[in-house]
Design a protein around this ligand. Structure first.
Ligand SMILES: [Zn+2]
Length: 232
């Protein structure tokens, strides 16, 4: 379907991916948000955004930032699919640990063809989530919605299941794994301190081990109310 499209440059791919990630929660992506995520100067972000708008990938939202157009979203989802299939393949087939796959996927996603990615996905029987719980867009560009609340927003007394965790910091992932904070795990929220204080959870449910999760970490853990799990 997209075989005859010219390949995008690496920096265009990185911008589309970052704008997609920043706007996943519904808001527009601001210039300053893009600049700090990509670790570049706001002035160079403005230049690139102008080019992306001229190419039809993004649309300006006055005073708020930019939003991907339908065309921009399609391209962003192709890159996100490449990244997440690579992470899953590295972890399931090549023995990488989940805290190690992100940087490798960041490099490979720009080089891998959609053909290679599709073959990897087929070899893995079309996984629906990457090792961090993030949904993998399908070949045709459909993706599960990801507007799950973070653990920091859950009230005491609720039972939730971890859906996804942020994948961009290996040390953080190792810390979480050591405490059993993995996608699919059930949490009973025991207490939530006010003023962005820590959240106390029981890992695995009522009888589980109590863990204190700082606010910063809790905002990086996406959860959903506990329901019978769909196989994935
Ligand atoms: Zn990643």
């Amino acid at each position: 379907m997209s075989a005859d499209l010219p390949p995008l440059s690496r920096s265009v791919e990185d911008y589309l991916k970052v704008i997609y990630a920043l706007s996943e929660q519904g808001a527009a992506a601001s210039t300053s948000g893009i600049a700090s995520t990509l670790d570049v100067q706001p002035a160079s972000v403005s230049g690139m955004i102008k080019r992306l708008a001229e190419s039809g990938y993004v649309q300006h939202i006055p005073y708020r930032g930019v939003k991907l157009t339908d065309q921009g979203t399609r391209e962003a989802l192709r890159i996100v699919r490449r990244h997440r299939v690579l992470e899953t393949y590295l972890s399931q087939r090549l023995g990488y640990s989940w805290d190690d796959v992100h940087d490798e996927a960041e490099r490979l996603e720009h080089a891998a063809s959609d053909e290679l990615i599709d073959r990897m996905a087929t070899a893995l029987e079309d996984p629906r989530h990457d090792p961090h719980g993030a949904p993998i867009p399908t070949r045709s560009g459909d993706v599960e919605t990801t507007d799950h609340p973070s653990l920091a927003e859950v009230e005491a007394g609720e039972r939730v299941r971890i859906r996804a965790v942020r994948d961009d910091d290996s040390d953080r992932l190792r810390y979480m794994e050591a405490r059993g904070l993995l996608p699919g795990v059930l949490l009973k929220v025991e207490a939530r301190a006010p003023f962005n204080g820590p959240v106390t959870v029981r890992v695995g449910g009522e009888d589980g081990v109590a863990q204190t999760v700082g606010h910063g970490l809790a905002t990086r853990i996406r959860v959903a109310p506990d329901e019978p799990e769909n196989p994935s």
